[in-house]
Design a protein around this ligand. Structure first.
Ligand SMILES: CC(C)(COP(=O)(O)OP(=O)(O)OC[C@H]1O[C@@H](n2cnc3c(N)ncnc32)[C@H](O)[C@@H]1OP(=O)(O)O)[C@@H](O)C(=O)NCCC(=O)NCCS
Length: 329
């Protein structure tokens, strides 16, 4: 974790990237805002009722002087954001519905990002994944060429660092979506200083089993390799599959099961065939393998929005804010 953050801190020095923290009345979030405001990397924009936020700061014994606090219910930006929301939702929300939705700090905060008043958003300390992510899917939407957003975890243990996805968003995936996730995961790995070697995982290695499930991953590998050829920013990246995990990760198994592959047990980005596999897989690495799991980091959106776990600490809010700021550069 320290190494990942070192790389990002260096990139962000002096940038004061504006990141919205919609949960300003959560102790951990407010503490994180105070900490971030002291530095020069992330400038927090805290949402909440100013008096409630001030009362919490007094209770915590921290100073919030100089930190921008916006109350979604009374902000002078409301009319502009409501009009922009109705326009963006094109017939899917009336002005009356927008009035109500923009009382929700996640919707309000996401609109601040959409209208370029902030570069990214970090929420979820007190909201479910769905409530945090839905406004981003509806408003910020995916980048051109990406049909689905997905969520990866950085798995970190001492000097080892891997990316695993999708572990957070899409319950089911077809070959096209899996291929997109392979490309987006490679880009995320690269943003964070890695040299991506992407393995698409299955319960089969290079045709050792043939079922609709394995063939989906074989097809996704082909599509991802074709896409890779168009992605100049990913020059040097390797993508291959389908692999069982050991064939992607253990050189002696790779040499037996996939001797022709450019990946010989040195994969560092793992793409799972479904959300079930991904979510279970990263938690096994975390709990049995002793890896720190940082994320989920959402990828494929036009601007970064990231989801905290409800069990997060102040340190987690600070780290995810730094990661989100780095994604916006
Ligand atoms: C992400 C999630 C919240 C979206 O659910 P939802 O809000 O019911 O989704 P809907 O189908 O109503 O879609 C809402 C909007 O988001 C868009 N959307 C949904 N999934 C998307 C995706 N993966 N990528 C991009 N856009 C997506 C839809 O196109 C729709 O846009 P529109 O309103 O402009 O037409 C849902 O897929 C989910 O709960 N996933 C699992 C999350 C989870 O529990 N993870 C494990 C713990 S980390």
């Amino acid at each position: 974790m320290a190494k990942l953050l070192d790389v990002l801190n260096e990139k962000l020095t002096g940038k004061n990237v504006r990141i919205v923290l919609p949960e300003g009345t959560d102790e951990r979030v407010l503490q994180a805002a105070v900490e971030l405001h002291k530095g020069d990397k992330v400038e927090p924009v805290v949402l909440g009722n100013a008096e409630e936020v001030k009362a919490l700061a007094d209770k915590l014994g921290v100073s919030i002087e100089g930190i921008e606090i916006i109350d979604p219910k009374t902000s002078e930006l409301r009319d502009e954001l409501i009009a922009s929301f109705v326009e963006r939702r094109k017939g899917k929300a009336t002005e009356e519905q927008a009035q109500t939705l923009l009382n929700d700090p996640n919707y309000f905060g996401t609109m601040l990002v959409y209208t370029n008043k902030a570069a990214g958003l970090v929420s979820g300390a007190a909201h479910s994944t769905a409530d945090t992510v839905r406004p981003a899917l509806q408003i910020i939407k995916t980048k051109p060429g990406v049909t689905r957003t997905s969520g990866v975890f950085f798995m970190i243990r001492d000097e080892e660092q891997y990316v695993m996805g999708d572990c957070a968003i899409n319950p089911t995936l077809d070959a096209q979506a899996l291929a997109e996730i392979a490309i987006e995961s490679a880009k995320t790995a690269k943003t964070f200083g890695m040299d991506p070697k992407v393995a698409l995982l299955s319960f089969s290695t290079k045709g050792s089993a043939k079922t609709p499930e394995t063939e989906k991953v074989t097809e996704a590998t082909k599509l991802a390799q074709e896409k890779l050829a168009q992605e100049t920013e990913l020059a040097g990246t390797v993508i291959d599959g389908e692999f069982q995990f050991d064939a992607a990760f253990v050189p002696s198994v790779a040499s037996k099961k996939a001797p022709e592959s450019p990946i010989q047990g040195d994969a560092n980005v793992f793409v799972f065939p479904s959300l079930e596999a991904g979510n279970i897989g990263y938690k096994i690495a975390q709990r049995l393998g002793g890896f720190d799991a940082v994320g989920p980091i959402l990828q494929g959106l036009n601007a970064p929005v990231n989801d905290l776990s409800r069990g997060c600490s102040t340190e987690d809010v600070v780290s995810l804010s730094i990661i989100t700021a780095a994604q916006s550069l």
